[in-house]
Design a protein around this ligand. Sequence first.
Ligand SMILES: Cc1cc2nc3c(=O)[nH]c(=O)nc-3n(C[C@H](O)[C@H](O)[C@H](O)COP(=O)(O)OP(=O)(O)OC[C@H]3O[C@@H](n4cnc5c(N)ncnc54)[C@H](O)[C@@H]3O)c2cc1C
Length: 404
Amino acid sequence: MSAIKCAIAKPGQIKAECIEMSENPELTERYGVGSVPHTIFNEGAHDVMGLLPEERFVVEMVYLKSAEDMLAEGSLPGMEEGKTPSGYGTIEPGEVDLVIVGAGPAGLTAGIYAVRAGLKAVVLEKHIVGGQVALTPIVENYPGFVSVPGKQLMDIMSEHAREYLPVHEGESVDAIQMGNMKEGETIIVTTSRGVYSAKALILTTGATYRKLGAVGEDTYFGRGINYCASCDGYLYKGKSVAIIGGGNTALTDALHLKNLGVNVSIIHRGDTFRAQKPLQDSVNHEQIPILWNTIVEEIEGDGRRVNNLKIRNLMTRAVTDMPVDGAFVAIGQEASTGLAKSLGVKLKEDGFVKVESDMRTNLPRVYAAGDLTGGLQQIVTAIGEGSIAAMSAFEDISHPYWKK
Ligand SMILES: Cc1cc2nc3c(=O)[nH]c(=O)nc-3n(C[C@H](O)[C@H](O)[C@H](O)COP(=O)(O)OP(=O)(O)OC[C@H]3O[C@@H](n4cnc5c(N)ncnc54)[C@H](O)[C@@H]3O)c2cc1C
């Protein structure tokens, strides 16, 4: 989308072509396309996997370099002579009542409720707006929409939120210092763009795909190793792919790939699936091969793409080769608790953030909502918790309970 917009804005200078991979397998192969979307600038002078915020897209297109590298070297436009980069969002970093970390359903809802209650707030998002829902092809259980593409639902939600407050994409929260509240000190939030001083903080950092931890997994991410079958499955039409996992996601992914015409097998460390019975029945019906009691120890390739998995049978201990064109890791999600832990926020035994029913954490002025708190991890629960967290923050900013 950004590429097409640039081409329309500067027709003499910029040409953009959108390639449908299933119709252009040779081009897909030639450019080493590994995920959707994958942008290749100037025949490979620079490439980017995933969506970029518009501002960042333009910077990377002009300089043919990653914005992170430019930030590290101090050459990102706007931060010359050691200045903090600014001008990449709709408000400058600075003093606010509330910083909300994460622009998934929980964060966007918290933003709407906070500003409607009279707080000055900002939502900071390290990737693109929408969180996990933006990657979900179809949502069918969000009341009011019988069936809606996840990206479309989140576009509507973010447009709504932006009526009230700035939502900064491509701005990751890197560190937070609580400050001494008894002395009236604010919370200092350091991001990839600047520093905010806030009276309260809502963490809605959600969850991410759990990694396998096999050798080669990071090296071949997006080059044969993927985590989202609904996003990247059709890259593998007519090819051989392993799904790693034994739960609902793994079996749904396997059926989805089979339906796309992928030659799919399932690798599962146990001898029974955790997935629902109807999914297991469908996998049997489709005659998808299953390797029970098997783990992936190493992911191998030619440096460019995956071509083999070293797998171990846990019963016989034998290690064998499994030639594949790719593998989808589907072993669940884990909460993104890095920031929470760094602050000293208490977690539950299952690793999710511990909150009271009002979304307060153990730290005054810090709230959490959405998938980060565990439980029923769905859009409706995330938005419910986001609204409660915002109202608790408003109440505490107005009448700090720790001063009573
Ligand atoms: C494949 C799939 C399909 C799903 N289908 C459905 C469905 O049909 N219906 C349904 O109700 N639910 C569905 N879900 C679950 C739903 O997506 C989640 O419950 C929901 O997205 C949780 O919202 P959230 O705001 O808590 O977190 P998330 O959506 O995870 O958003 C968290 C955001 O925080 C950002 N973030 C993290 N760390 C930082 C940082 N340090 N700085 C800045 N930003 C940060 C992340 O980039 C992310 O955008 C699905 C999930 C998946 C993975």
